[in-house]
Write a protein that binds this ligand. Structure first.
Ligand SMILES: [Ca+2]
Length: 170
């Protein structure tokens, strides 16, 4: 955990975005292709292209490091960058800085964010439980493996997520 302290917020954000992008490429066997915006001034961190259908989904990515002392992690979505236009999703990821991995993630349609968050003056606060067995309101969005995440992204794009599972299992 001490490794975390040395990372700036910008570093943490960029590292996690790169990790999420790499994870999506690997877990989809190259089917998903992430694109980084030149300017990230509208709350989009990655655009994911499904190379088979040429459809896309846009992701805003928020990362947190699990804290053993707490059961929940908090992700804040600034209202200034919030938009539910188009095919926009929020990807919240729990980052393990020791094993350099994404331990769990939550892929939430932006249009659902106000429903599952606590509204603050300038942000929506989401507080998912970090335990896989938790029955909180974020459970329906929770993804425990890289394959689950890639399938959920394909599903969000409108591609055939099921074929990816079969391919991976074969
Ligand atoms: Ca971000």
């Amino acid at each position: 955990m001490t490794k975390d302290i040395d990372l700036s917020t910008v570093q943490k954000g960029k590292v996690t975005e790169a990790l999420a992008a790499s994870t999506l490429i690997l877990a989809s066997a190259g089917r998903l292709s992430p694109f980084v915006p030149i300017s990230d001034d509208c709350g989009i961190d990655l655009i994911i292209l499904d190379k088979e259908t040429h459809r896309t989904v846009t992701l805003q990515i928020k990362s947190r490091i699990a804290n053993p002392a707490r059961q929940t992690v908090q992700f804040n979505i600034r209202k200034a960058s919030f938009s539910d236009l188009g095919n926009r999703y929020l990807l919240c990821v729990l980052f393990d800085p020791v094993n350099i991995a994404l331990t769990a993630s939550w892929l939430i349609p932006m249009s659902r964010v106000p429903d599952v968050s606590v509204e603050k003056e300038d942000a929506y606060a989401l507080t998912p439980n970090t335990l896989a067995k938790s029955r909180d309101r974020y459970q329906e969005f929770r993804l425990n493996t890289a394959t689950e995440l890639a399938n959920a992204v394909l599903h969000a794009i409108g591609g055939e997520g099921l074929s990816l599972t079969k391919h991976t299992a074969a």
